[in-house]
Design a protein around this ligand. Structure first.
Ligand SMILES: *[C@@H]1O[C@H](CO)[C@@H](O)[C@H](O)[C@H]1NC(C)=O
Ligand SMILES: *[C@@H]1O[C@H](CO)[C@@H](O)[C@H](O)[C@H]1NC(C)=O
Ligand SMILES: *[C@@H]1O[C@H](CO)[C@@H](O)[C@H](O)[C@H]1NC(C)=O
Ligand SMILES: *[C@@H]1O[C@H](CO)[C@@H](O)[C@H](O)[C@H]1NC(C)=O
Ligand SMILES: *[C@@H]1O[C@H](CO)[C@@H](O)[C@H](O)[C@H]1NC(C)=O
Ligand SMILES: *[C@@H]1O[C@H](CO)[C@@H](O)[C@H](O)[C@H]1NC(C)=O
Ligand SMILES: *[C@@H]1O[C@H](CO)[C@@H](O)[C@H](O)[C@H]1NC(C)=O
Ligand SMILES: *[C@@H]1O[C@H](CO)[C@@H](O)[C@H](O)[C@H]1NC(C)=O
Ligand SMILES: *[C@@H]1O[C@H](CO)[C@@H](O)[C@H](O)[C@H]1NC(C)=O
Ligand SMILES: *[C@@H]1O[C@H](CO)[C@@H](O)[C@H](O)[C@H]1NC(C)=O
Length: 307
């Protein structure tokens, strides 16, 4: 009880701490992303993953530099998992904008702890920065608004939710609040702004003692085969269950058969005795008594053969 109370008292502080950790990670990743932009070509995606320090292994970072006007008029057809439509504007206005892509991989849970939920996909981030000075550090994020169509996040390797559970999109804003929305298509979430996104499922619906949330999608097969394998699992589970039921029936039958035979025998004997077939009755005076018709062992004197 006291432990629970302590946890409740600690929870807001934990959240605040993880929020500031997430913000400092944003700052670190922004620097790495900008370092990959050496005399960058506008509209080309730069992969900064290999430049990350070894204590960030598992995270992926990308950078894309655009003219603001190009972003607004044309959008970006495909920036890894993100589809940015036209009509996206940033605030305050900058001439050139850098969109930093983050894939937190197995670090998702560490930087974006979400009690009572399990990640089915890694946390992905899309953040916009002033792209005029590429050696700048500690930049503040720009506010991004999709004024026409929403930005779409198409997750690549999404684990199947457990049976009966509904996968939901989760959105983290830069102040650390989270919000849940419905998926807007197969493995797709929609957003009108920048931030961090993932797909989650409530843990309470999970079977007991699930392995700790470890969103490591790189090792997962593509979603097509994962649904196939889940149906295979369904077939296996179904046949095992069917087999068990059959076995149970067989065992019951085996137990019941001898009893049934015995019962039948007793019934037959009862019927027979009622019909007076089993034992011959002999009249001794006025009394009727059962009498054996044949004596199987002939009486003999024991001592006759004794030595
Ligand atoms: C970037 O490079 C890393 C390896 O350095 C690779 O695993 C990853 O798939 C590449 N692409 C993206 C979008 O991160
Ligand atoms: C990674 O290691 C560097 C030193 O090599 C350190 O400055 C940085 O804070 C570490 N980052 C994390 C996220 O642990
Ligand atoms: C993520 O995986 C890498 C190796 O792939 C490992 O070095 C790193 O410690 C893991 N991070 C966490 C938070 O488990
Ligand atoms: C998690 O679930 C438990 C039990 O349903 C509930 O008591 C607790 O408040 C939940 N925690 C959060 C942060 O929602
Ligand atoms: C963007 O960066 C450039 C160069 O550092 C600076 O001149 C400009 O004022 C910045 N724009 C905003 C909106 O901060
Ligand atoms: C860009 O930023 C760096 C680091 O803050 C600074 O030293 C440099 O003067 C800036 N350049 C311009 C053109 O603003
Ligand atoms: C980063 O910028 C914020 C304001 O945007 C400032 O409060 C903070 O001290 C800066 N940190 C560093 C390390 O420059
Ligand atoms: C950016 O958005 C935040 C929260 O949505 C708001 O507090 C802030 O004033 C906005 N900044 C600008 C420059 O619009
Ligand atoms: C969460 O989403 C709902 C519906 O879109 C919205 O009304 C609410 O303000 C959002 N909350 C936060 C903290 O963003
Ligand atoms: C989200 O989906 C559930 C069913 O999965 C539905 O009942 C609910 O109305 C949906 N919410 C919104 C905001 O569309």
């Amino acid at each position: 009880m006291r432990l629970l109370l302590l946890l409740f008292l600690l929870l807001p502080r934990l959240r605040a701490q993880s929020t500031s950790e997430a913000r400092s990670l944003d700052a670190i990743l922004q620097e790495y992303a900008y370092r990959a932009l050496v005399r960058p070509t506008t509209g080309t995606i730069y992969n900064a993953t290999s430049e990350l320090a070894s204590n960030l292994t598992g995270i992926k970072v990308g950078a894309l530099r655009l003219r603001s006007g190009s972003l607004r008029r044309r959008g970006v057809h495909s920036y890894n998992e993100f589809e940015i439509p036209r009509g996206v504007i940033e605030k305050p206005y900058v001439k050139r904008v850098v969109l930093v892509y983050q894939n937190l991989g197995n670090w998702s849970h560490r930087y974006y702890p979400l009690p009572n939920y399990t990640y089915l996909a890694p946390v992905l981030g899309l953040l916009a920065y002033n792209g005029t000075n590429l050696s700048a550090t500690n930049l503040s994020t720009l506010n991004v608004t999709a004024s026409l169509d929403p930005i779409r996040v198409k997750f690549n390797h999404v684990k199947d939710p457990p049976l009966g559970a509904v996968a939901r999109c989760v959105y983290f804003d830069l102040l650390g609040s989270s919000n849940f929305t419905n998926l807007t298509g197969a493995n797709t979430c929609s957003t009108s702004t920048q931030g961090h996104f993932s797909i989650v499922v409530e843990s309470s619906v999970l079977p007991p003692a699930p392995p700790p949330a470890s969103p490591t999608p790189p090792a997962l097969p593509p979603s097509g085969t994962s649904t196939k394998s889940s149906s295979k699992v369904g077939v296996i589970v179904g046949s095992v269950l069917g087999g068990l039921v059959l076995l149970l029936l067989l065992v019951l039958l085996l137990f019941w058969l001898p009893k049934y035979k015995q019962k039948k025998n007793i019934q037959r004997m009862e019927r027979a005795s009622e019909a007076g077939e089993a034992l011959h009755m002999a009249a001794i005076g006025d009394i009727k008594a059962p009498a054996a018709t044949v004596t199987r062992t002939q009486p003999a004197l024991e001592h006759e053969y004794a030595p």
